[in-house]
Design a protein around this ligand. Structure first.
Ligand code: C2G
Length: 130
């Protein structure tokens, strides 16, 4: 069984996230999705996330694409998760191209095409204008 893992905030879950999850799932048989905690996002400089971690987990769950959902709460957790869950492929959007090459020591690393023209930032801004 090929196990794939991917991570994200998934704030105001949109089609770009869904496409990414679908592409990640298609790489293997079992998809683990890591959802960032509110605190981990603050630590990494994401200061205006709208949905709390429970809402974001629930939205990912509702896509029906994740076989397992875990939370990501500390820097360096990806290596621990890959080893703990015996992951074959780490997948992430192409906006992160090159950034996670250090994980190649532990599993295959795949950068998936990002969906252009939609983002959580854009949705947050539209919401503010409304
Ligand atoms: N994504 C996408 N197309 C978009 C927007 C996002 O393919 N238009 C992808 C991102 O590339 C990422 C996933 O959707 O793979 C989740 O994106 P975010 O919620 O913005 O999370 P991010 O900050 O990219 O999480 O450990 C956390 C991860 O390292 C990165």
């Amino acid at each position: 069984m090929v196990k794939v893992i991917t991570y994200g905030t998934y704030d105001l879950l949109h089609q770009g996230h869904i496409n990414l999850l679908r592409r990640a799932k298609a790489l293997g048989d079992y998809l683990i999705v890591g959802v960032t905690t509110d605190n981990f996002d603050l630590e990494r400089g994401k200061l205006n996330v709208r949905n709390n971690v429970m809402e974001r987990i629930e939205n990912v769950r509702k896509t029906g694409l994740a076989d397992e959902i875990i939370i990501e709460e500390y820097l360096g957790q990806k290596i621990d998760d890959i080893q703990r869950y015996d992951v074959d492929i780490f997948a992430i959007g192409s906006d992160w191209e090159g950034h996670f090459d250090y994980l190649k020591e532990y599993c295959e690393v795949v950068y998936l095409e990002r969906t252009e023209g939609i983002s959580s930032t854009q949705l947050r801004n539209e919401d503010t204008v409304r």
